[in-house]
Design a protein around this ligand. Structure first.
Ligand SMILES: [Zn+2]
Ligand SMILES: [Zn+2]
Length: 888
């Protein structure tokens, strides 16, 4: 049987290749996985993208890295299960649908809760798979038959089971709490959903008179409208200037409330006058101060951002900003306003609608996190869970050790409605997994369900086990849990990763994953964050359309360095696109020699030449390197070493040196040997590259008829040539230095590469080396385009009228007497020398200048030193060349 496949097209065109193979992979079930006790599992759950989401560069990077590991593990023989899905993204999805309704002039309140939720489901059915399809474009090898949604039936059941159990154990409770509130969206926002931006504002200095005696204190505030809710004035206990006031009482301007002056460590003595007002209902820090000092909060702003009746008749019903203007006016008129200064500060805004967030005191549901956090800290301390890069461990510990209770209720309609029912008759609460029809306590049928839904992170915290069938005891859970790897961005280390660890330990009694890999942030080429307003966003789908998914994947992988951000540009993607062309062209060359005739048999070692042994030894080294890198999640190092090997060694050197043998210029035995080496190395190159660039490698694998099945079902290469990399590379590097040396001399003399030169000369110090090089003279000749090579050992005669260079193991000479105008070349070199001497002098003066040495950055000084050194070497070289030319 011959191995002639269909011919490779001239230019590499990714788009038809990528679509074709992705469809085939799905068809042949390459990505599907079922529990199999014979095989070792490797499981990953995808960080579920928002169902409203569209693939951005962060997703592209995250899923490329996960995919590389999945494909690598499949080739290593693991039973890989990569579970995909989407998150219902409470507020984001509700907003999308609300906006749609708005265009028709309808509000969600017009529809009512049930009809609105119905609408959101309709939206999800229609548009919810967009991001899933985009992940497919990227090549993600998820087991799509396992796709889950955080609000599907199974996951909703898990959410209820967890909520009810936590409630019954006292780990879920209701309480007053200050939360981030959007007065427009009418919902609590998590800290993550608040965007802080610098805002121009004013700092108002307000006089609070003492109750007993004359005088008073001056308090600085940016929010005078909250004065009406003040319950204390606080100073730092070590603020000597103000400590004397502690224990006295003051009267709140305008409303006349009598409040104490207290001490608290929270106060920053450097801010304003060092005296701050405490408004527990309208500031999160003040809320904590209030709790510590047992102060009853006074709420003066309502949920729509308007002043309420507690603010007094002058302000009731007024918008908070309008009230601020009026209060300042009154403070001024009544002599309480001492002064006002321009003061820029950071203001939190709703990430959806940009409305200024209002800290708001309300009845919310909480998870008591401290008891859950304890074990979650231990799991990481004991390295049962490894966080990569390690630097993030500290961040994790810091947060977990200072963890606050988790506010889990959201005032939305879209999400998991809290399974708690209040009895209209006796007021008691029924919390239950099944919808109850009566009050647990008094049996009344008049019960109503809690209006709030759960924070989206509540369901995603269960993702690693809820997606595998929990609360049922399933085969999947037994086989795939704990999962092996979680890849995610640093920004959700707390919101998501930490909570998954807490919930996994609590409900599965085991960690949810063994390794957490924190991926980079993708920035633009100047290191700025990508943003729509800056216009520097690179859209992964556009890139895939233009360059192919393989190019994008390889770029993102190659630019990855643990713990560093990625600076991405189109130029960089283009550079990796060139690599794919290079690979394609190498394959076209190989096709001519491999796909013609029988498959080559493994030759005897004696028929292998130095470069054959070298490339096999290098291939072995690269297999070991790439495997180690991928085992330790060093994606960038793996991609870059493959890139260097394929381009710099396999294509640029090996293929060139193999040409004569492949063209049958070294006899039939050598031709078969060369074909076998080419097949060996190319086959392994495709396998090693496959996790990074799955599409093009699959295409080439089939074109070469290396196998009928997917390349991914092949086993990962093993280093088994038996050749020593150090030994083979030492010989090869000498050979390469000689070739480069002659190429440089040719270039110096101005000979174009295609001009064939007659002769050259090498003086080699070492006997063994001399013999090796003589044996490869035909290849030296081929690669330097010089017909004959004359060798002599150390102390041998040196040719006259030649350009020359010193290499570590001898000298090389390129006689130019017959081909160049020697007199003109001498003139050229003299001029060159003069120019170089001037440059050297300049560098030397600079480096003798103390001021320069002191003031210039280290890199600049180092560069100058290097310039000086190179200049001196060059002068030395020119001198040797001049001497040789004049010797004629
Ligand atoms: Zn909002
Ligand atoms: Zn009742």
């Amino acid at each position: 049987m011959t191995n002639k496949g269909p011919e490779l097209s001239k230019a590499y065109d990714p788009s038809p290749i990528e679509d074709k193979w992705y469809a085939w992979w799905l068809e042949t079930g390459l990505f599907s996985s079922t529990p199999d006790e014979e095989k070792e599992p490797f499981s990953i759950v995808i960080p579920p993208p928002n169902v409203t989401g569209s693939l951005h560069m962060g997703h592209a990077l995250n899923n490329t890295l996960q995919d590389i590991t999945c494909r690598y593990m499949r080739m290593k023989g693991k039973n890989v299960m990569w579970l995909p899905g989407t998150d219902h993204a409470g507020i984001a999805t509700q907003n999308v649908v609300e906006r749609q309704l708005q265009e028709q002039g309808i509000s969600r309140h017009d529809l009512g809760r049930d009809a609105f939720v119905e609408k959101v489901w309709e939206w999800k059915e229609e548009y919810g798979s967009r991001i899933i399809n985009q992940l497919k474009k990227l090549g993600a090898s998820c087991d799509w038959s396992r796709e889950r949604f955080t609000m599907d039936e199974g996951l909703s059941r898990a959410v209820r089971a967890v909520f009810v159990r936590l409630y019954k154990e006292g780990l879920v409770y209701q309480g007053k709490y200050i939360i981030n509130w959007c007065p427009r969206c009418h919902t609590a926002l998590s800290d993550l959903e608040v965007e802080h931006e610098p805002t121009e504002g004013m700092l108002y200095y307000v006089r609070y008179p003492f109750v007993d005696g004359d005088g008073g204190v001056t308090v600085a505030t940016t929010r005078p409208e909250t004065i009406l809710g003040d319950v204390a004035v606080a100073v730092h206990p070590r603020d000597e200037g103000n400590a004397g006031y502690i224990g006295r009482q003051v009267r709140v301007p305008l409303c006349g409330r009598v409040i104490p002056i207290i001490e608290d460590n929270m106060v920053d003595p450097e801010f304003g006058t060092g005296l701050v007002k405490i408004t527990p209902a309208h500031d999160p820090n003040d809320f904590l101060v209030g709790e510590r000092h047992d102060l009853e909060p006074v709420q003066v702003i309502d949920e729509t951002g308007r002043m309420n009746e507690k603010a007094g008749p002058d302000f009731e019903g007024m918008d908070r900003f309008e009230a601020r203007r009026k209060i300042v006016e009154m403070l001024e008129r009544e002599g309480y306003l001492v002064r006002k200064d321009r003061h820029d500060h950071s203001v939190g805004r709703c990430y959806r609608c940009s409305t200024m967030v209002e800290p708001y005191l309300s009845e919310q549901w909480f998870v008591k996190t401290a008891p859950l956090a304890k074990e979650a800290i231990e799991a990481v301390k004991e390295k049962r869970i490894e966080i990569i890069p390690e630097q993030w461990e500290n961040t994790y510990f810091q947060w977990m050790e200072n963890i606050r209770d988790w506010c889990i209720s959201r005032q939305l309609w879209w999400g998991h409605r809290i399974p708690a029912w209040t009895c209209e008759r006796c007021g008691s609460l029924t919390v239950s997994e099944q919808d109850p029809d009566r009050c647990e306590k008094c049996g009344s049928f008049e019960i109503s369900q809690e209006e709030d839904v759960l924070d989206t992170w509540f369901s995603s915290a269960l993702w690693p086990f809820s997606t595998l069938g929990w609360p049922d005891d399933t085969e999947d859970l037994k086989y795939y849990y704990p999962t092996d790897l979680l890849t995610t961005g640093f920004d959700i280390l707390f919101f998501w990763v930490a909570r998954m660890i807490m919930m996994g330990l609590k409900f599965m009694k085991d960690i949810p994953f063994r390794t957490v890999y924190i991926h980079a942030l993708v920035r633009d080429e100047e290191g700025r964050k990508m943003s729509k307003s800056r216009g520097n966003v690179i859209d992964p789908l556009e890139i895939i359309g233009e360059y192919g998914a393989d190019s994008l994947r390889l770029t993102l992988a190659a630019l990855t360095v643990q713990g560093r951000d990625i600076f991405l540009s189109r130029e960089r993607i283009e550079a990796y696109r060139h690599f794919l062309n290079k690979l394609w062209n190498a394959a076209r060359f190989a096709e001519m020699h491999l796909c013609d005739g029988q498959r080559p048999e493994k030759p005897e070692k004696a028929f292998l030449r130095d470069h054959d042994r070298w490339i096999l030894a290098r291939r072995d080294k690269i297999i070991d390197e790439v495997s180690n890198y991928l085992d330790t999640y060093h994606y960038g190092e793996a991609a870059r070493s493959l890139y260097e090997f394929v381009w710099g060694e396999f294509c640029d050197w090996f293929l060139e040196m193999a040409k004569p043998a492949l063209r049958n210029e070294e006899g039939p035995t050598r031709r078969e040997a060369a074909r076998w080496v080419l097949q060996e190395v190319l086959g392994d190159v495709l396998k090693l590259l496959h996790p990074f660039i799955p599409f093009v490698t699959e295409e080439l694998w089939h074109l070469f008829r290396f196998g009928e099945d997917s390349i991914e079902r092949e086993s990962w290469p093993v280093a088994d040539s038996g050749f020593e990399d150090a030994e083979e590379s030492r010989k090869m590097s000498i050979f390469q230095e000689i070739v480069r040396g002659f190429r440089n001399l040719r270039a110096e003399a101005g000979f174009p590469p295609q001009k064939k030169l007659e002769t050259c000369h090498l003086v080699i110090d070492e006997g063994n080396l001399l013999a090796d090089l003589k044996g490869n003279a035909d290849l030296l000749s081929l690669l330097t385009n010089i017909s004959s090579f004359n060798f002599s050992s150390a102390g041998g005669q040196r040719p006259s009228q030649a350009l020359t260079a010193v290499l570590p193991f001898g000298e090389i000479f390129l006689p130019v007497g017959n081909v160049l105008d020697v007199a003109a070349e001498i003139r050229r070199l003299e001029q060159e020398k003069e120019k170089t001497e001037k440059a050297v002098e300049k560098s030397r003066t600079k480096l003798e200048n103390e001021k320069f040495l002191q003031n210039a950055p280290v890199e600049v000084v180092e560069k100058e030193k290097l310039r000086l050194e190179e200049g001196m070497v060059k002068i030395n070289n020119i001198d040797r060349n001049l001497e040789s030319l004049r010797r004629g």
